[in-house]
Design a protein around this ligand. Structure first.
Ligand code: GUN
Length: 281
């Protein structure tokens, strides 16, 4: 079997084009504040692509670059100003934060209505309670769109999520559960991980280890979603050994060009949703 490639870049381009057309019909532009504390090189690359994507669809992105030694109070007072600023519809604090800052406290102080990353406890809990008004985190939301693009019926499928992060693994598992999948979450303490992975009709790899998922982890015909972005001496690698997935899976997302572009498209979509809601509030 040769798997079909689930082309996130192509799917994201379509979503961005549609958003651009919708945004052009408004007199005002949606506004997104992007905050980066410190100079994590990967974060700098991510926020540059987010800014560029915003510009292309007509979202006004304002970037706030704060020094590595910014105090929690300084960051909280910036967030407070942005919460009150009617021209700002979405607020994104790029993670990871410098270690002296309390991430939970920072995220909790973003207005839930402007939390387009979906990391505020209200929005994080909103997935569990199936609250339609809650923002869904961008990567999990993008993964569900990729699954949607396969046109496979998700209900009843066995899904295995490798990794239990707050940003990807946990919310993705809950979204899959909300779509009536039978979900297993695996992590570093899981026994016989490969055998569990082989039960998966949908395998989501979000461990952050290059080529961790090999052919012996993949059930023939499975849909494989690779969330990994690992910079190695052999270049950018996913969490899945791509050639192995190509040989046995039915679908595989490439790295780059799979989940990554969808994460950004979902950020734009969440920002537009925040803008619409704030027009009517
Ligand atoms: N760091 C890694 N992924 C993300 C994300 O989706 N949003 C933010 N804010 N930071 C991240």
């Amino acid at each position: 079997m040769t798997a079909q490639i689930l082309d996130g870049r192509n799917l994201a381009t379509g979503i961005r084009q549609q958003l651009k057309e919708k945004i052009a019909q408004h007199r005002q532009k949606p506004g997104l504040a992007v905050i980066l504390a410190g100079n994590n090189p990967a974060s700098e690359i991510y926020i540059r692509s987010k800014q560029k994507a915003c510009r292309e669809v007509g979202i006004n992105a304002q970037t706030f670059l704060l020094p590595e030694n910014v105090t929690e109070q300084e960051l909280l007072s910036l967030i407070e100003q942005l919460n009150l600023n009617p021209e700002i519809n979405g607020i994104l604090v790029q993670l990871p934060l410098p270690t002296h800052l309390n991430e939970k406290n920072i995220l909790e102080n973003i207005s839930p209505q402007k939390d387009v990353d979906g990391f505020h406890p209200y929005n994080a809990g909103g997935i569990l309670q199936k609250r339609p008004e809650a923002f869904t985190p961008c990567t999990p939301k993008g993964i569900l769109r990729l699954l949607d693009a396969t046109r496979c019926k998700l209900s009843g499928l066995n899904a295995v999520v490798v990794g239990r992060s707050q940003i990807v693994g946990m919310p993705t598992a809950h979204l899959l559960l909300n779509h009536n999948c039978t979900v297993t979450i695996t992590h570093s303490h899981t026994r016989d991980l490969k055998a569990l992975c082989r039960t998966a009709d949908i395998l989501v790899a979000a461990v952050g280890k290059a080529e961790f998922i090999t052919q012996d982890c993949i059930k023939p015909g499975a849909i494989v979603i690779d969330v990994g972005i690992n910079r190695t001496e052999h270049g950018l690698k996913g969490d899945v050994k791509f050639a192995d997935a190509l040989a046995v899976a039915s679908y595989i997302t490439p790295v780059p060009g799979g989940v990554g572009p969808m994460t950004i498209a979902m950020l734009l979509e969440n920002t537009y949703e925040a803008f619409l809601k704030q027009q009517h509030s």
